[in-house]
Design a protein around this ligand. Structure first.
Ligand SMILES: NC(=O)C1=CN([C@@H]2O[C@H](COP(=O)(O)OP(=O)(O)OC[C@H]3O[C@@H](n4cnc5c(N)ncnc54)[C@H](O)[C@@H]3O)[C@@H](O)[C@H]2O)C=CC1
Ligand SMILES: O=C([O-])CC(=O)C(=O)O
Length: 327
């Protein structure tokens, strides 16, 4: 019998490489495989870690009912030909730290990882997750020299998910009906937009008093630190992994979902040469289009302050990377 009938020549299966097999990276690998979105390559510098997680996830697949291949590796050669590369490599913060305290450590890691990954997957779309998010996305863009629409950072989906959760908890309504929009940098200066946040189309400004909204906005701004304070040894990873999965899905399936994304700005919102969270349609080309919302002068000013703080971080990272000849 001709065995090729049963084992046809392998065809190109969609592949997502995740650089960094820690809490965020490994949870994302699980989400992508269990959503049957793509095969996954999980890479880390620690020997045995990605291999062990990949084997464990493959064995879960036999129960979860997917046939996705998950490869664990320490070798970038295994990431070759990826459609999407996600960078979660780097240190998380611990209580008392600001995300910007991670610049010196994580700039080197992200620059190296991005260089290695782009060399093997020149056609991939990159999603950066490592903190401080908007600064690290700029670094990765600089070293890969990718067209700006093919590289972006994940933060806005997570920050909006937090705002949505707090709104649903406050009103005691289904979170499925809540849609919220958080723009700006992934830090205390982020810009939640109550005017664009609704419960099934009804603006939250009509559903709760201004003081309540202010309290939820503050909690959203400190949402990451709240979890770091509880976990003590690192940050959140379930909600971040879900948020990255949503972006990966919109790209791979060309769904063109409108998602707050850290994107390269070239005049949008009056800002240039900076990555910042803005609403973007994500499709097979990456950032297909940036939506310019009508902002009030206060909201615009808040976005400008975010841009300034990201630029300060970029200058600090650039100096470090130049001194190491990584830029
Ligand atoms: N953008 C966002 O919204 C979020 C960002 N983060 C950030 O993501 C990063 C990762 O967080 P976790 O997964 O919780 O940390 P983790 O410590 O669990 O995992 C990080 C992994 O990176 C690996 N790593 C370090 N250097 C590497 C290199 N040169 N190449 C490959 N792998 C390397 C480590 O061995 C470790 O396994 C942190 O910077 C964290 O702050 C976390 C949550 C949300
Ligand atoms: O807070 C952190 O360090 C991790 C993170 O970015 C988040 O959960 O928003």
């Amino acid at each position: 019998m001709d065995s090729s009938l049963f084992f046809p020549p392998s065809c190109h299966a969609t592949r997502v490489s995740i650089i960094g097999a820690g809490k965020g990276g490994s949870t994302l690998a699980q989400r992508i495989a269990e959503a049957n979105l793509a095969n996954v390559v999980l890479l880390d510098v620690v020997e045995g870690l990605p291999q062990g997680i990949a084997l464990d996830l493959m064995q879960a697949g036999s129960v979860e009912g997917h046939d996705r291949e998950i490869i664990g590796t320490n070798d970038y050669a295994d990431t070759a030909g990826s459609d999407v590369v996600v960078i979660t490599a780097g240190r998380p913060r611990t209580p008392g730290m600001d995300r910007s305290d991670l610049i010196a450590t994580n700039a080197k890691i992200v620059a190296t990882a991005a260089k290695e990954a782009i060399a093997r997957s020149p056609n991939a779309t990159f999603i950066i997750v490592t903190n401080p998010l908007d600064v690290m996305t700029y670094i990765a863009w600089q070293v890969t020299q990718l067209p700006s629409y093919r590289i972006m950072g994940m933060a806005g989906v997570l920050d909006s998910a937090r705002f949505q959760t707090f709104i649903a908890m406050e009103l005691n309504v289904s979170v499925a009906d809540v849609h919220a929009m958080v723009l700006g940098s992934h830090g205390d200066l982020m810009v939640p937009l109550p005017r664009y946040s609704t419960v099934n189309g009804v603006p939250i400004t009509e559903l709760m008093p201004a003081e309540t909204i202010d309290r939820l906005v503050k909690r959203t701004r400190h949402g990451g630190a709240e979890i770091v304070g509880l976990l003590k040894t690192g940050g959140s990873y379930y909600a971040p992994a879900s948020s990255i999965r949503m972006m990966v899905e919109s790209i791979l399936l060309n769904r063109c979902r409108l998602l707050p994304t850290s994107a390269y700005l070239q005049g949008e919102y009056g800002l240039e040469d900076v990555f910042l969270g803005v609403p973007c349609w994500l499709g097979c080309r990456g950032v297909e289009r940036i939506l310019e919302l009508n902002l009030t002068p206060d909201e615009r000013d808040a976005l400008g302050r975010c841009a300034e703080s990201v630029r300060r971080g970029i200058r600090e990272a650039d100096e470090i990377l130049k001194s190491l000849s990584l830029l």
